[in-house]
Ligand binder design. Structure first.
Ligand SMILES: Nc1ncnc2c1ncn2[C@@H]1O[C@H](COP(=O)(O)OP(=O)(O)O)[C@@H](O)[C@H]1O
Ligand SMILES: [Mg+2]
Length: 411
């Protein structure tokens, strides 16, 4: 699929390949396009979000040898939109000359939550107490017993996680007792999912720091943001939210250290918990991240532009914020009865969203389904309550239900 290779872009700028073609790839492509950089995406499906905007498309699975080899042949540098990759295959491609950014040293840590915990803990960085449960070596009974033993030390509830393949709260379970542990381990053992169990952190605030790092080790970070999750899914990002300068400063320093420890190239997102004044690293993502979509309008250089700059070896752009307050709210598919709206209703919704003053609406071109992440809205301004109210008004106009727990009206 796609055009033939054709001439390279003006000035010999390298062509960027992206494994995966979701919304992150779409926004990377848009940033690359502004810099005149040609892009090739590896899309699992012809209706993936980045397909209509990429310069070229290779259709195939991210774990497919032929599709990946085709991608590598069509570009100079390969980067990633998600973590569902086959490390051995990538290793082989790298040996054959593929230039992966981030490289395998980083990917190995980023694609596996057990590796992630182990690597960061080995460097003395703060992570929740955890234990890796080796599913291959243990049946469901033994797995459940291990979870219960861990809970005996840490107290219920504990948090059980799939080491690989989870996202947006899928693959994370809060387990509050022996019966729940047994039920979960039965299911996990039959699905052969590698698990870890960790202490439940009493979170005061969840935050994220996104860093962009060049191959030379130079790095810049956007200011830390507060993230609001409901049921493990990020619903809203606030700059600066409830983060005071001391906490924000410590979080930024910790994230830069993490980026250096995992030897990141490109954008690296670090999700953190603040609990009783202490910071814990929850997880990292070695790619652009939902918590920094606000940087498209809210910062001098967006995370997508700096990712492209970093992986292609160009200087990194200024990460200063452009507003005192920014709110970015995710747009989700409406509940089922509303999912089959006609063109006219969809047009009305769009009109209502675009009539909200200062609302930057981003829709990823995905077919609406209840609960599916379809886009985001960002509002920049001077007052925290005002930017939140406007961002939520636009997201709600697009059909996003407002979760009770976020207390938007009170903001
Ligand atoms: N150890 C923990 N203690 C308390 N809450 C947790 C813990 N781990 C995860 N969570 C909650 O679950 C959410 C999703 O977990 P995370 O590991 O980030 O998975 P995902 O890959 O789905 O983002 C977190 O944002 C946080 O709200
Ligand atoms: Mg997470």
């Amino acid at each position: 699929m796609g055009n033939d290779r054709g001439p390279g872009p003006a000035g010999g700028t390298p062509a960027l390949g992206i494994v995966g073609a979701g919304q992150l790839a779409r926004m990377m492509v848009e940033a690359a396009s502004e810099l005149g950089v040609r892009t090739v995406v590896l899309a699992a499906r012809a209706d993936d979000a980045a397909v209509p905007v990429a310069s070229e498309v290779v259709l195939g699975e991210a774990t497919g040898g032929r599709a990946l080899a085709d991608l590598v042949a069509r570009c100079d540098i390969v980067t990633f939109d998600h973590e569902q990759v086959d490390l051995e295959l990538l290793h082989q491609l790298e040996r054959e000359g593929a230039r992966l950014r981030p490289g395998l040293r980083t990917l190995r840590v980023a694609v596996d939550k057990a590796e992630m915990r182990a690597r960061l803990a080995a460097e003395g960085l703060p992570v929740p107490r955890y234990e890796v449960l080796d599913g291959d070596a243990r049946g469901p009974e033994q797995l459940a017993a291990a979870v219960c033993t861990f809970a005996g030390l840490e107290g219920w509830p504990v948090v059980v996680k799939a080491a690989r393949g989870g996202y947006d709260g899928k693959g994370v379970w809060s387990v509050d007792g022996e019966a729940a542990a047994r039920a979960l381990c039965e299911e996990a053992a039959s699905a052969r999912i590698p698990l870890l169990v960790e202490a439940h952190v009493d979170i005061d605030v969840e935050l994220a720091v996104v860093v962009a790092r060049g191959e030379d080790g130079a790095s810049v970070a956007w200011p830390p943001v507060e993230t609001a999750q409901v049921g493990g899914v990020c619903r809203e990002v606030r700059f600066p939210g409830r983060l005071d300068p001391d906490l924000a400063g410590r979080a930024a320093a910790l994230a830069q250290e993490v980026a250096s420890v995992v030897d990141a190239t490109g954008v690296l997102a670090v999700e953190l918990f603040s609990s009783d004044g202490r910071l814990f690293v929850n997880e990292i993502a070695a790619r652009p991240h939902n918590s920094a979509h606000w940087t498209i309008e809210g910062a001098t250089t967006s995370q997508f532009e700096n990712h492209v700059r970093a992986v292609l070896g160009f200087p990194l752009g200024d990460t200063s914020p452009l507003a005192a307050h920014v709110a970015s709210v995710n747009v989700f598919g409406a509940p089922s009865a509303e999912a089959e709206l006609g063109e006219a209703e969809l047009g009305d919704r769009m009109s209502a969203a675009l009539s909200v003053r200062g609302a930057h609406v981003h829709l990823y071109g995905k077919t609406p389904r209840p609960g599916r992440k379809l886009g985001h809205v960002t509002v920049c301004g001077d007052e925290p309550a005002d930017v939140r109210t406007r961002a939520w008004a636009a997201a709600q106009a697009l059909g996003t239900p407002i979760p009770d727990s976020l207390d938007v009206a009170a903001s």
